[in-house]
Write a protein that binds this ligand. Structure first.
Ligand SMILES: [Zn+2]
Length: 294
């Protein structure tokens, strides 16, 4: 199992931190957990192409978690020339409707897809890439998820759990991925809640929202639906998380000296391995081991 951070930022534009996205590779499966703006670009920087992606899991439908979805689907289809399996996509309602609105004949990309599947020029390109006409439209296999759903893969299973963020306007979920190689948990966006604690219990890696400095929340509602750094430390300790990844980072804590303060304060409560997440960082499933001194 390999976990790569594709985006450790927020909706706030940043060249250093793309919006939310995580890539997990197990065997022949390449899974993308959320695909906020910039995450597709980071995946390419990690040396992975869209045709290698097999699964996309969306935690909630805030744009900083799903804006690159259309890019993943269109490029997977265009470069795959009918030779790679359709993407399997899981996310909360109304994902099925959004998918139709994007890719149906009368959808956002309908005119583009008509041209690419019917125009002679595009069919030439399709043949050059090794495709055999007639050309089918993209047809991502969308499944809407709910609390408690379990998705079974070849050698892994994924559990969906409700977390607390911006209900009732959006359904909000976290994910627990179990495989013989380890357990990866992604918080989605959440405040401290029983849902994320249950998902995270005993996991090898938890990649979590760490949105603000505890004590600076503008309201109680904000603190209920977003994770502060000390609440995250408490969660990591209580759930006995082995490797805790600070992500969904705002400029409030992404400052010289502040990053170190956050780590220092969290370490007074949390006794596992702490990672201040950066885009393209790869997180070890076991404890980090010192490389050879060079
Ligand atoms: Zn977010």
């Amino acid at each position: 199992m390999e976990v790569t951070l594709l985006g450790t930022g927020t909706p706030t534009p940043s060249l250093k931190r793309m919006s939310s996205g995580y890539m997990v590779r197990i065997g022949d499966d390449t899974m993308i957990f959320d695909c906020g703006p910039g995450t597709y670009h980071r995946m390419m920087q990690a040396g992975v192409s869209a045709t290698e992606v097999t699964h996309i899991f969306l935690s909630h439908l805030h744009y900083d978690h799903c804006l690159d979805y259309q890019r993943f689907v269109l490029t997977h289809w265009d470069q795959g020339v009918g030779k790679v399996p359709e993407l399997k996509v899981y996310g909360p309602a109304p994902l099925a409707r959004i998918n139709q609105q994007l890719f149906d004949r009368d959808g956002v990309w309908g005119p583009d897809l008509s041209a690419r599947t019917e125009n002679e020029l595009s069919i030439d390109v399709y043949r050059q890439r090794g495709g055999f006409p007639p050309r089918a439209w993209p047809d991502p296999q969308v499944t809407e998820i709910e609390n408690g759903k379990v998705i079974e893969g070849r050698n892994w299973s994924l559990k969906v759990g409700s977390v607390v963020h911006v209900q009732p306007q959006l359904y909000c979920f976290g994910f627990r991925l179990e495989s013989p190689e380890g357990v990866f948990v992604y918080s989605g966006d959440t405040g401290p809640c029983a849902g994320i604690e249950k998902l995270a219990t005993g996991c090898d890696i938890l990649a979590s929202m760490c949105h603000y400095l505890t004590g600076t929340a503008p309201s109680e509602g904000f603190a209920a639906g977003c994770m502060g750094h000390m609440e995250l430390a408490e969660l990591g300790e209580k759930a006995e998380v082995q490797n805790l990844v600070i992500s969904h980072v705002t400029t409030q804590i992404d400052q010289p000296g502040m990053r170190e303060r956050v780590l220092r304060e969290m370490a007074t409560i949390y006794s596992g391995n702490l990672f201040f997440g950066e885009d393209l960082m790869t997180i070890p499933v076991g404890a980090p081991s010192p490389p050879i001194l060079d």
